[in-house]
Design a protein around this ligand. Structure first.
Ligand SMILES: Nc1ncnc2c1ncn2[C@@H]1O[C@H](COP(=O)(O)OP(=O)(O)OP(=O)(O)O)[C@@H](O)[C@H]1O
Ligand SMILES: [Mg+2]
Length: 433
């Protein structure tokens, strides 16, 4: 009896027995269903082929036996489809190592697809604040960034997408400024074509800045309403009258595009949920981000989590698509022993990038679009932008209270490298820090 993780390993010796015949097929899918049971999906044309069909049947018998209990009985273990695209139907898929035309497809109960990376959006740059663990100062850094960009005269749009533990907007806006509705309301109303009813009352202007504007779109409105009942529906895909299906992340993107058209911000800051979570997956991979900040504390808890994610990107062939957007942020740098701490962080981050997302070429080399930064290269995405722990931000109750009385020098000393890093990577060097 094998476990889920052994499925892929077990496939290799079996496929090796049929390698030449398998390679003669246009495509072949090893389908892992919702329960983690394996079936083959083969081209319809193979059904009438006197050589290919018996080969597939023999392969199916071997797989059914070797993959138990992660298999279907051999008599029901082959499905046929006209094309690979129809067979995949939105499943997450990656190639079986050593075979160009054999794909392992995963049917998942959730819609989040960490391995599908949407290209950068065309309008205002979108910056995602993500971390594998919570409570590392993401929302505070986002607020300080918004403040700095607004001070430089920029219009900043903030989206609170930490839907399951919202709080950014109540922290950024005093009670009397909270808008009536939030992102959750729009996602639920959109399912019944009623998004317009809440769209106008979805945003508020923060009073943090006196020069530019900071618009805040909260997770929920001033009165959250039946938030739990709404939250449980935000992930629903929308099926229209003509039976077309729009994933929830595509609906969210549509909302952000509409907000962007209406408010014409210079920059969009997205507060993502922490962890390997479905909403976080949409924020990181599907909203067209130009920059994804990965907040990190030095320690095995951080790196074990990021490694799971980075390995997934590598295995699914997404390394090239995602790595250009990533940047490590060294969160809450300690007052004592800071330099040594940062060195440790940089080395751990390098090990992770080198093992998973950098190309297998010598460190320091760039060959075409292949690259592998050196451990100490300050410009490398693994080289942390530092964000200092500072007692004036520890345990504060509201950011609008804290930031409205803020001293620019203090912001510069705590958040300067992050604000400067964002401004430079977006080509907005006029944002002073
Ligand atoms: N630079 C800082 N120095 C000291 N304390 C900080 C700093 N930034 C944030 N904090 C404090 O750390 C706590 C967590 O901060 P914050 O809410 O910004 O983190 P988060 O990563 O957004 O957390 P969550 O995962 O809960 O959303 C808060 O009490 C905050 O006041
Ligand atoms: Mg937060």
């Amino acid at each position: 009896m094998i476990t889920f993780d052994q499925i892929e390993t077990e496939l290799h010796p079996i496929f090796a027995r049929y390698a030449n015949d398998v390679r003669s097929l246009d495509w072949l899918i090893v389908n892992r269903d919702l329960n983690g049971r394996v079936r083959l999906i083969a081209p319809e044309s193979a059904k009438l082929d006197t050589i290919k069909l018996p080969m597939l049947q023999a392969l199916a018998v071997d797989l059914a036996e070797a993959l138990r209990p992660h298999s279907h009985p051999s008599e029901t273990s082959i499905l046929f489809e006209d094309s690979r695209e129809e067979a995949l139907q939105g499943a997450s898929a990656f190639a079986l190592e050593g075979y160009d035309s054999v794909w392992i497809a995963d049917r998942l109960a959730t819609e989040g697809d960490w391995a599908h990376i949407e290209g950068e959006s065309q309008g205002a740059p979108r910056v995602v604040f993500f971390s594998i663990k919570g409570g590392v100062g993401r929302s505070t850094a986002l607020a300080a960034t918004a403040w700095a960009f607004a001070q430089a005269g920029k219009r900043v749009l903030i989206l609170d997408l930490d839907l399951e533990s919202p709080g950014l907007s109540s922290s950024l806006l005093p009670d009397e400024r909270q808008p009536k509705y939030g992102i959750t309301d729009w996602l639920v109303e959109d399912l019944v074509d009623n998004g317009e009813a809440v769209f106008q009352d979805l945003r508020a202007t923060s009073n943090l800045s006196h020069d530019g504007e900071i618009y805040v779109v909260p997770a929920h409105g001033a009165d959250p309403g039946d938030y739990i009942a709404k939250l449980a529906r935000v992930w629903m895909p929308k099926v229209t009258a003509d039976r077309s299906r729009e994933k929830w992340s595509a609906r969210l993107r549509r909302l952000i595009d509409d907000l962007e058209r209406r408010m014409e911000p210079h920059i969009i800051l997205i507060d993502s949920r922490a962890g390997i979570d479905e909403v976080a997956s949409a924020c990181v991979t599907e909203l067209g981000a130009k920059l994804i900040l990965l907040f990190a504390l030095e320690g095995s808890q951080t790196w074990t989590g990021y490694r799971i994610l980075f390995e997934h990107w590598r295995r699914h062939g997404a390394a090239n698509d995602i790595r250009k957007f990533l940047q490590i942020v060294g969160a809450l740098l300690p007052e004592i022993g800071r330099d040594e701490y940062v060195r440790g962080l940089q080395e751990s981050a390098y090990d992770l990038f080198a093992d998973t997302l950098y190309d297998d070429i010598p460190a320091g080399d760039i060959i075409g679009d292949r690259f592998h930064f050196e451990t100490t290269d300050e410009l490398a995405p693994h080289s942390p932008w530092g964000l200092k722990w500072h007692r004036s931000f520890a345990g504060i109750r509201s950011l609008h209270g804290r930031l409205s009385e803020i001293d620019a020098d203090e912001v510069r000393s705590i958040f300067g490298p992050v604000i400067k890093g964002i401004a430079e990577s977006l080509g907005m060097e006029d944002v002073g820090v």
